[in-house]
Design a binder for this molecule. Structure first.
Ligand SMILES: Cc1ncc(COP(=O)(O)O)c(C=O)c1O
Length: 384
């Protein structure tokens, strides 16, 4: 079987088709499906970008591994925000969005017959990128009774001498679970013993409900010595999903190998976007972040209140802009979500879109307008 044939079907295409069909039939659809912020990029950043676009110095090919100014800003930000110390020249790499970095990582180390541990519940890219690199994704469970953290014994059992990477994602999409410092230390130790590269997809590290700072993997490890890498993204931090800017930070060899793969494929991120990112991570970072994150706590309160009043079981998330909720009764997630669209015109995502372990759950995204989130909550709350 060819690599493309091994890729699993893309569940979200079916949801998109059902949504369009409902709209065409005149249903007023409330879309709480995708995690794409409804609000614009902060004005101050758009202004920095407008100035940078007009600067001819930005019009040439960008620096391949990232602009030195941005890499310096990233290193300073990691130190001040997360207490993490990296050499910007050797341990930081600018990415065309974190999806790009995650997608290319297996190409750095996976040979035919190797395997990669991927969470079942997780962003589908980890497994797909493994397959495209010729490897075998090995799924491990994230269970509600463990707060959607993996069982370290299960991880140890799944690892063998062909295991190259372990993908984790905390704060977690779709559940909103957060990993603490002690957990990270244990996984760093396990991966060190087994010579497995540990990756944390930290796309939601700054998407918290109360301004807290979830633990960075890089804080629990020694990124100069341990083979770890963390991928950070400005997409959700600053409502910049369309801009495509993120970065990897970690062990110099892991970061360097990823840079070598990228050198064969892309030519870096538009310098004007890199200049804007450097500004975003600078002195005004906290104010900018607050101006973005302030939208979510009230939306979550309204949604969770409606769900719990209607008898739904909601996972008590500490981060992300998702609500992870159990499907009532014995109905399958796909049937339940299909009925939500048919009966009340609300789009929510069935849990199996993130792996078989998502059966019996669905995800609500809070990235629609305040009005739509309130209307979605009202419709779900009144649904019989
Ligand atoms: C868990 C997770 N990781 C990575 C990404 C990709 O983000 P980016 O826009 O940085 O490519 C997403 C996007 O939704 C995501 O949910």
């Amino acid at each position: 079987m060819g690599r493309l044939d091994k890729l699993p079907p893309y569940l979200f295409s079916a949801i998109d088709a059902a949504k369009e069909k409902a709209r065409a039939a005149g249903v007023s659809v409330v879309d709480l499906g995708v995690g794409d912020p409804d609000r614009p990029t902060p004005r101050a950043l758009v202004e920095v970008m407008a100035r940078a676009v007009a600067d001819p110095a930005c019009h040439c090919y960008p620096a391949q591994r990232g602009d030195a100014g941005l890499k310096q800003a990233i290193a300073l930000w990691l130190a001040s925000r997360h207490g993490v110390h990296v050499d910007p020249a050797r341990q930081v790499l600018v990415l065309v969005g974190s999806k790009e970095g995650l997608g290319h990582l297996p190409l750095t180390c996976v040979e035919e017959g190797d395997n990669v541990l991927v969470p079942d519940l997780g962003y589908p890219v980890y497994g797909q990128a493994t397959i495209l690199a010729g490897g075998e994704p090995r799924a491990f469970k994230l269970k509600s009774e463990m707060g959607f953290l993996p069982d370290l014994d299960e991880l140890a059992r799944l690892m063998d001498n062909r295991t190259r990477l372990l993908f984790l994602n905390y704060p977690n999409n779709p559940t909103g679970a957060v990993a603490g410092q002690a957990f990270w230390q244990q996984v760093v130790e396990l991966c060190g013993e087994r010579n497995v590269i540990l990756v944390n997809d930290a796309a939601y590290l700054e998407v918290t409900l109360d301004g807290s700072r979830p633990a960075s993997l890089l804080r629990a490890a020694d990124p100069a010595a341990d083979r770890v890498v963390e991928l950070h993204s400005l997409s959700k931090m600053f409502n910049m999903t369309g801009w495509r800017i993120a970065f990897a930070a970690g062990h110099p060899d892991v970061v360097g190998d990823l840079a070598r793969v990228k050198e064969s494929i892309d030519s870096g991120v538009f310098t004007a976007i890199q200049a804007t990112a450097a500004h975003a991570l600078g002195e005004s970072f906290t104010d900018l972040l607050d101006s973005v994150m302030c939208a979510y706590p009230e939306r979550r309160r309204i949604m969770v209140d409606a769900l719990t009043s209607a008898g739904f079981e909601v996972f008590d998330a500490a981060a992300t802009f998702y609500v992870w909720c159990r499907v009532p009764g014995n109905e399958s997630s796909v049937d339940f979500c299909g009925r939500a669209l048919e009966d009340i015109g609300v789009v929510v995502t069935p849990g199996p879109g993130f792996g078989p372990g998502g059966e019996g759950w669905f995800r609500i995204s809070l990235t629609a307008s305040d009005e739509d989130v309130a209307e979605g909550a009202r419709r779900i709350g009144a649904w019989k």
